[in-house]
Design a protein around this ligand. Structure first.
Ligand code: ZN
Length: 374
């Protein structure tokens, strides 16, 4: 029996309904699939993802007598801060950052703080500001949290400048013993060798030069004295006994050497030593510079023996002493090279006369006589 139009219509409607349901089912399955995969992917992403926390200790610059400020840190995070580090208390990367900021998980220290806490002065120089995780957190970050969070730390730098505001390579501790080695009559054939030794040990000396011995080709030597922190002194022009001279003769002895040194290196001597240590009132009122004498005479000009000079210094010289030697004598230079490391080992600082005066709070004046400092 042929089917009516109505029958045919009903059949096709049923078929399209079935098709619709099928499409819906597929959509639902697809949706569930996407949802599941998405969830898996998302969860695994959180599980495998890690965060990087970067900590930087802020560098500071202070003056020697000022207070040491609280050290600061900059903390930045890259990655997901929601990562859970500890499920039991829902402790996340964000919680860790908070604990770092509050100083629970982080300490910042500098070696100078120990001295500072004991009331000591902080010496001029540069010191590391050390930022580090406290023990408990370091343990966790390096073990159980290792795959979830990485902590990078950059140390800072504490720069301590001296009170007058310029940087000094060497700092003299006024509370530690010091000796001023002084050399007369140069520059001589062994002066450069001596300077190289002083430079090697990073110590200072004072050179009382006589104009008669200063030549064009001594420029390098005298410049080196200045470069390595030594002091330049005037020891007359002709090595005359000043007590036998009148005012204008003394002036001429001083001025000529002053000018010779100035012509070569552009600075004038800051101290003077009269030949033979000979001083009278005319000398005092005429020389125009502090008169530096000595209290330890090595007698190097007489002994001609390096061992003798070394022994003399080691038996006689002590804190605040001014030691007389001659850089024109080979054995004196030899002795000095030998004695420097021994004196350093004994705790002495080897300084210029002016440095020693300053460390002892003495302002030297022109015409004043100085034998030692205590
Ligand atoms: Zn002399």
């Amino acid at each position: 029996m042929p089917k009516t139009k109505k029958q045919l219509k009903g059949k096709s409607r049923r078929r399209s309904k079935r098709r619709q349901a099928k499409i819906n089912r597929i959509c639902l399955i697809l949706f569930a699939f996407v949802l599941t995969v998405g969830t898996i992917l998302g969860v695994s992403r959180i599980l495998t993802e890690s965060a990087v926390i970067h900590i930087e200790a802020k560098s500071v610059e202070i003056y020697q007598d000022s207070e040491v400020p609280q050290f600061e840190t900059f903390i930045t995070v890259e990655g997901n801060t929601e990562i859970i580090l500890d499920k039991t208390n829902n402790y996340s990367v964000a919680s860790l950052v908070e604990d770092l900021e509050e100083g629970i998980a982080l300490s910042v220290n500098c070696v100078v703080l120990e001295n500072y806490a004991e009331g000591e002065d902080i010496l001029e120089g540069e010191y590391i500001i050390d930022a580090y995780l406290t023990e408990e957190y370091l343990e966790k970050v390096s073990h159980e949290w290792k795959k979830k969070v990485k902590v990078e730390i950059d140390d800072g730098n504490l720069a301590v400048k001296n009170k007058i505001g310029y940087w000094e390579e060497e700092y003299i501790d006024p509370d530690q013993p010091m000796i001023a080695l002084t050399f007369d009559d140069g520059p001589g054939d062994y002066t450069m060798e001596l300077l190289e030794a002083l430079e090697e040990y990073d110590v200072h000396a004072t050179f009382f030069m006589q104009g008669y011995n200063i030549h064009e080709d001594d420029k390098e030597t005298i410049q080196k004295m200045l470069d390595i922190g030594c002091e330049i002194g005037n020891h007359s022009t002709t090595h005359a006994d000043f007590t036998t001279l009148n005012v204008s003769q003394i002036q001429s002895e001083i001025n000529q050497t002053n000018e010779e040194i100035f012509d070569l290196v552009g600075v004038y001597p800051t101290v003077m030593r009269p030949p033979y240590g000979a001083v009278n009132d005319t000398v005092k009122s005429t020389v125009g510079l502090p008169i530096i004498l000595w209290n330890v005479d090595t007698l190097d000009w007489k002994t001609n023996d390096a061992n003798d000079v070394v022994e003399h210094i080691l038996t006689v010289a002590g804190d605040g002493d001014i030691v007389l030697m001659h850089d024109t004598k080979e054995w004196s230079v030899e002795a000095t090279i030998e004695v420097i490391p021994i004196l350093l080992e004994q705790g002495y600082q080897l300084v210029t006369v002016s440095e020693m005066a300053e460390a002892h709070g003495v302002t030297m004046v022109s015409g004043g006589r100085y034998f030692f400092f205590d």
